[in-house]
Every structure is written in C-alpha cells, then in structure tokens.
Design a protein around this ligand. Sequence first.
Ligand code: APR
Ligand code: ZN
Length: 245
Amino acid sequence: MFDNIVILTGAGISAESGIPVFRSETGLWEQERVEDVATYDGFVRDKKKVHDFYNKMRLSLADKQPNAAHLALTRLQKEWPKTHAGKVSIVTQNIDNLHEKALSEQVIHMHGELMSILCEKCHASYAFAGESSVDTVCENCNSRGHMRPDIVWFGEMPYFMDEIEQLLSKCSLFMSIGTSGVVYPAAGFSQYARSQGATCIEFNLEQSAVVSNFDWGLYGKASETVPAFVDHLLKTGEALKEPKS
Ligand code: APR
Ligand code: ZN
C-alpha cells in the first residue's frame, strides 16, 4: 500500500498541449543553441536575445491549456489524501504554467518558471507576466538593468533540491512523466527514490535513458496513460502494470 507519492514531470507532459519538447527532431534544441539561450554565459553575451527568447515563450503560454495528464495529476493530488495516509507532490522540470492552470497545488518548479522574473542585484524573484528587457526595473529594489529570466540554466543549481530530496526519501511511489532522463540531477531522482524503497514507474512514448531505474514503464501518450493509471490507483490503491487505451 502506497502512502506519499512524488511525481516528476518533464516536457513530454505538456507536448500534447502544444508546447514543444526540448529533445526530438523538431525539439527546441534543434532550433536554438543551448549555449546561447540556456547558459549564463549566453545571457551575458547577448541579454536582449535571451530576454526575447523567454518573452516569446512566456507570451505563447497565454493560449495553452492543460491536457488530460495534468488534470489527472490534480485529481490525484486532491483525492489521494482522502483515503490514504500520504500526500502527492509534483516536482516539475517544466517552466510552463500548465500544472497551475490545471489547479495543482504547491508545484515545485526545479528549473524555474516563465511566469516569474529574478533580480540579479537583490535576488528577489516575483510573478511576472509581461516582456522583460535589459531596462526592466526591479519591483523589489527599484534598480534598473539587473533582471533575468527566472530559469535555471545549464551549469546552475536547480531550485528546492533539499526539499525534493526529503520528499523522495519519504515516498513509496515515484512516477516520472514525459522526461528523457538525460538532464541531471532530475534524471537521478528515480535511482534515489528506488534506493529508498519506492516503486518507480515511468510514463513516456518510449523508454527513457534511465529506464533501468524503474520497476516498469507505461508507454504511450501521457494524456492516455496517466489518466488511466490515476483512475486505477484511486480506485484500488494499486499501481497498474498494463497501460489502458
Ligand atoms: N506523452 C509522454 N511522453 C512524451 C510525449 C507524450 N505525449 N511527448 C514526448 N514525450 C517524451 C519524449 O519521448 C521524451 O522522452 O517526453 C520526453 C521529453 O524529453 P525532453 O525534450 O528531453 O524534455 P525533458 O526531459 O523535460 O528535459 C529536461 O532539459 O533542456 C533542459 O531544462 C530543460 O527541463 C528541461 C530538461
Ligand atoms: Zn532587485
């Protein structure tokens, strides 16, 4: 019988909502160079380019809606504690706001958020919905020219690592949804959760790079596999091994 559940999500959960993944033939990293738009050095080289890149992504979220997988996780988060001694925590690598639009609570954005901005001078971060530039003034310290996207770039330390480690060490079920398993530390969460005794299940179109850390996988579209799995989990308290379509 499971108690605490930790769910790690990646770009694949939002793909069916029209947000491109990073690694595929048409993925974001085929269009843009990681070094240019997802490293601090790239930002320093061309701040305008990087602000504009994330402005475009932020604005593109306006008409994006959560899909059945996001909604199923919200349902699990709400329903699970009613019948089980444990809670459901969502840790996402995604910088979109679809878990929030699906009304999930306390989503841990380990790679930052498009709908937030960070001041390099006073280190404040706050909700931000507009377009940022090298001239944006910090709402906290009033200084100009120190704002950056609140995104964790390659080479930077993901947010909330202590909290995530605590959650992983206390979960009995770990679900990984729509992530290729090539970016650490998130790719190592399954191994850690398993070493702490959790049952680990991945949901993906295909086996991820860290498939050997999982007890089993459900392969297919997240909008189909995740709701079917959640239904069964809520009804029986058991994890389903065979995907339903
Ligand atoms: N349903 C389930 N899985 C899917 C779907 C779908 N509809 N569509 C794609 N996937 C899977 C792909 O098979 C792939 O394994 O989602 C995964 C997406 O992988 P990536 O593009 O590598 O995204 P992610 O794992 O979230 O990337 C991790 O890399 O660039 C950084 O910071 C960025 O957070 C990101 C991190
Ligand atoms: Zn500031």
